[in-house]
Design a protein around this ligand. Structure first.
Ligand code: ATP
Ligand code: MG
Length: 423
């Protein structure tokens, strides 16, 4: 049976109405009246209508799980509320392999801003960018949970496994049309048009994780992989056409189509995800580390990357008996984080690799003109700027702006990785 639950705003309305009516939460009259609306009088029969019970009433009030539609409507009628105004409009959701995010720390500022972009500003494409392990996937799931009330359909997909665009489009069209549009076009162009129809006809949230999978390696950042050029066209269409829906994507690199059409006041925007900061202490606490006074230093060393911190925290427990000071006295440890860094490093163009090695070997942040002086015999200024911009789009270099200009540097873990690789 179809189930309904209250939206966030709906819950506030239910609470307000309950207060106005003045009966305590546990008053049996709520149930009796709802039951008689469904045609079963408690006084006459001594039992309640199907679906009316203390359990459904408390689930209705909590709004976390759906309850059957007749009971939902009856409870609304008792409260003299129009059920359509309080019911969560989300009719269809498919979370596929989205991870569980019940353990989630910090990111309140990010979630607030992203919600504002999507719900208030009606952005059509939002790209969550950041290096491996920084928390993009986790944030995308948390965000989707937070804003789901604003949508009629929600679908979350990872692009791992490189689905051909035609297949992905087919899956999206079938899901978003509630399996109604079965006459799928045989051409990419046709399917793009069918998808746009779905995005126009209702408000849908489509989350696509691991966008970097469909981007090229060995060239500048954000260019589509051979055979996957259609994905760029998809982004352009969704970003530039009129519709009511939103695509959220996560990626190691900013796709070039996003770079071309994004802007702080435009419907296409990107968010570069930083580390967790002090909130990462919760991860260290979870792992049972000691010497809390040193946790901030440890977090800084790995720039608050939750994946890296999980790895080192396990190592500190296993090999250093939980002692952070012993661990910090040794050499910077990368563990399995190295594989993730290596995967990202191998995607770079030759020139970007050279820049990273140069930055990694240099203790101080470096200005663009210093880079230019060093590489002037090898490359033109245009090539240098392109490579720098590309690195910036990959979230691998840190940019520091101060009164003396713009400087570039690498975070310690990446510096360690490149200098060890190119000793
Ligand atoms: N806000 C958070 N609170 C708690 N744990 C987090 C948070 N963000 C990320 N994590 C944890 O950190 C790890 C890495 O996160 P996640 O997989 O989201 O990173 P990612 O940026 O998607 O990485 P990749 O680029 O490799 O896909 C996961 O184990 C996740 O549970
Ligand atoms: Mg991820």
């Amino acid at each position: 049976m179809a189930a309904l639950k209250a939206s966030k705003q709906g819950l506030a309305k239910i609470k307000q109405k309950r207060k106005e009516l003045g009966w305590p939460i546990g008053d049996h009259r709520w149930l009796e009246e709802a039951s008689s609306i469904l045609g079963v009088s408690w006084e006459e029969k001594g039992y309640l209508a199907d679906g009316i019970s203390e359990g459904t009433w408390s689930r209705f009030l909590a709004g976390k799980e759906g309850i059957n539609t007749p009971a939902f409507k009856a409870y609304c009628q008792v409260l003299t509320i129009n059920w359509e105004e309080v019911a969560n409009p989300l009719e269809r959701q498919d979370w596929d392999s989205a991870p569980d995010v019940s353990v989630f720390y910090g990111r309140t500022e990010e979630l607030d801003r992203l919600e504002e972009w999507i719900v208030k500003d009606r952005c059509r494409v939002v790209a969550l960018l950041g290096m491996g392990g920084i928390g993009k996937t986790t944030l995308s799931v948390k965000l989707a949970h937070q804003i789901q009330d604003d949508f009629k359909s929600l679908i979350w997909r990872s692009l791992r496994g490189d689905p051909p665009l035609q297949d992905l489009l087919g899956e999206l069209i079938l899901f978003l049309s509630n399996q109604q549009k079965t006459d799928l076009s045989n051409t990419l162009e046709g399917r793009l048009s069918q998808l746009m129809e779905c995005l126009r006809s209702q408000r849908c949230l489509v989350v696509l994780d691991n966008w970097e999978t469909v981007l090229d390696t060995g060239s500048l950042a954000g260019h589509p992989r051979q055979g996957y050029e259609g994905y760029g066209e998809l982004l352009k269409r969704v970003g530039e056409s009129q519709h009511n829906s939103c695509f959220v994507l996560t990626s190691w690199e900013k796709p070039k189509e996003v770079a071309a059409i994004e802007g702080p006041n435009l419907p296409v925007r990107s968010w570069k995800l930083k580390g967790l900061g002090s909130d990462a202490k919760n991860i260290l606490k979870e792992k049972g580390l000691q010497e809390e006074s040193l946790w901030e230093e440890l977090i800084q060393l790995y720039k608050g990357n939750p994946f890296a911190l999980k790895i080192v925290a396990t190592t500190i427990q296993d090999l250093f008996d939980g002692s952070v000071s012993d661990f910090l006295n040794g050499t910077l440890f990368l563990g399995d984080f190295e594989y993730l860094l290596s995967e990202q490093f191998e995607r770079l163009s030759q020139l970007e690799k050279k820049f990273l090695v140069y930055l990694g070997n240099y203790a101080e942040p470096i200005s663009r003109s210093q880079l230019q002086d060093f590489f002037c015999s090898e490359i033109s200024v245009t090539e240098l700027l392109k490579a720098l911009e590309s690195l910036n789009r990959r979230c691998l270099v840190e940019k520091i702006n101060n009164e003396n200009g713009t400087f570039f540097t690498l975070q310690p873990a990446l510096a360690k990785y490149v200098t060890r690789k190119y000793k």
